[in-house]
Write a protein that binds this ligand. Structure first.
Ligand code: PMP
Length: 423
């Protein structure tokens, strides 16, 4: 049995009916059938309270922040500040100044690559990643490495789809300037031992970034306790609005980093002779952000914490175990990886069928899954695949949905076998 978040307290099973009632979109028919949404790893659906807060904010509190002397702008600014403190509490950061709002996790990683790493990179330096990274945690590093004559090195995964810690350790050299690792793989679902990765990095004196885009919605995250230098996530995968991301950075790191993008809000004083910059975190927040999205984010965090990450974790683990069992029984279906700890995600292939065809056939049944390389082409290449199909579960999925999905896939796999297209 896969174990996610070992060591968490047992929790009550969530009241699924009332949880589902908070997501009106789940009641929309697709292809004339009830929607079965198994693509939350790409983006989670939004509970009513998040959408209503967006609406309420626009109707009652909306104005640009940090600039207005009038009451409405001050109200919006105050809400925006409160959101930052709410994210600080959610991530267990020591200081609200360690929370930078970005557009998404991708932008947060780019910010670190360009502002933190680029100025210190020299020819021959190395950036250490893993084979299971999302493109968002590969390409920004490649861009700065190419510019500076540095190189990106990837630590391999084991045949089970786990991070090979010994191999990662072996690849830390005197030229390693950064280690960046995903907490949870968006393809294999592997929960990486980030505590050990951070420990290795700290012992070697190398800064470390944790890509928590697939983690914060499934596991409790305590950034300061973890001891990483940077940690990123996107609100939209955490039942929050799209267009909002978070960079957590230790204050002593952020304080030494130059601005990345220039513009309004990030300055202290501007003249044509020169400009001085604002304090952290504002120095990294040029221009008008998604004010309403940021202000509605606390509703998503409250939702997750009120249901309880432990309860979410237990529920998702049961669904995942049922899906895994169901899929393993279908001839011709192969699940990618067999990690000891898996969160939310199962990727698979079906003999004789292109993943896209599988996705299209499931769609005809109202079942939404993702197909393709899932922005992890190097991982697929490592597995000898061009693409795969991926299902992912969230707090609102039910056991019946998993059974319907498995039954549909069984029919599809039988059809493919019967059509004789099997290699
Ligand atoms: N990292 C991981 C592990 C992801 O799964 C994703 C989204 N699929 C990202 C980073 C990038 O997230 P976003 O597109 O919201 O920036």
């Amino acid at each position: 049995m896969n174990e996610i978040g070992a060591g968490l307290r047992p929790a009550a099973v969530p009241d699924l009916e009332s949880i589902r009632a908070q997501f009106p979109i789940l009641g929309r028919p697709m292809q004339g059938k009830p929607l079965i949404y198994l693509d939350s790893a790409a983006s989670a659906q939004k509970p009513r309270r998040v959408v209503e807060e967006l609406r309420r904010f626009y109707y009652e509190d909306y104005a640009n922040i940090h600039r207005g002397i009038y009451e409405l702008s001050q109200r919006a600014s105050e809400r925006h500040d409160r959101s930052r403190r709410r994210v600080q509490a959610f991530l267990g950061a020591r200081d609200w100044r360690e929370i930078v709002f970005t557009r998404n996790a991708t932008e947060a990683i780019n910010l670190v690559a360009y502002s933190f790493l680029r100025p210190m990179l020299e020819p021959g330096d190395e950036i250490l990643l893993t084979e299971m990274e999302h493109h968002a945690n590969i390409v920004p590093w490649q861009l700065v490495a190419a510019e500076r004559g540095a190189k990106v090195v990837a630590a391999p995964i084991t045949p089970e789809g786990e991070l090979d810690l010994a191999q990662l350790r072996a690849r830390i050299t005197s030229r390693t300037r950064m280690i960046a690792v995903s907490w949870v793989s968006n393809v294999l679902g592997t929960v990486n031992p980030v505590e050990e990765v951070v420990d290795l990095a700290r012992r070697a004196g190398v800064p470390v970034l944790i890509d928590a885009a697939q983690a914060v919605q499934h596991l409790p995250v305590r950034a300061a306790e973890l001891g990483c230098d940077f940690l990123v996530f996107s609100a939209h995968k955490l039942y929050g609005p799209s267009g909002v991301g978070v960079l957590y950075g230790r204050a002593e790191r952020l304080e030494r980093m130059p601005p990345w993008q220039g513009g309004g809000d990030m300055i202290e004083r501007v003249s044509f002779e020169g400009t001085t910059f604002n304090d952290i975190p504002f120095r990294f927040e040029a221009g008008t952000p998604d004010i309403a999205g940021i202000c509605a984010l606390p509703e998503a965090l409250d939702f997750v914490e009120e249901v309880g990450l432990q309860a979410i974790h237990d529920h998702e683990r049961q669904l995942l175990a049922a899906a895994e069992e169901g899929l393993r029984r279908i001839p011709g279906v192969h699940i990618l990886g067999r990690p000891r700890r898996r969160a939310s995600v199962l990727a698979f292939t079906v003999d004789g069928a292109h993943p896209q065809d599988i996705g299209m056939m499931l769609d005809l049944e109202g079942i939404a899954i993702r197909t393709g390389h899932h922005c992890a082409m190097p991982l697929h290449a490592r597995l000898g695949l061009a693409a795969s199909a991926r299902m992912s579960v969230a707090v609102y999925n039910t056991r019946e949905e998993i059974e319907t999905f498995c039954a549909a896939l069984e029919r599809i796999a039988a059809l493919v076998r019967g059509s004789g297209t099997e290699p």
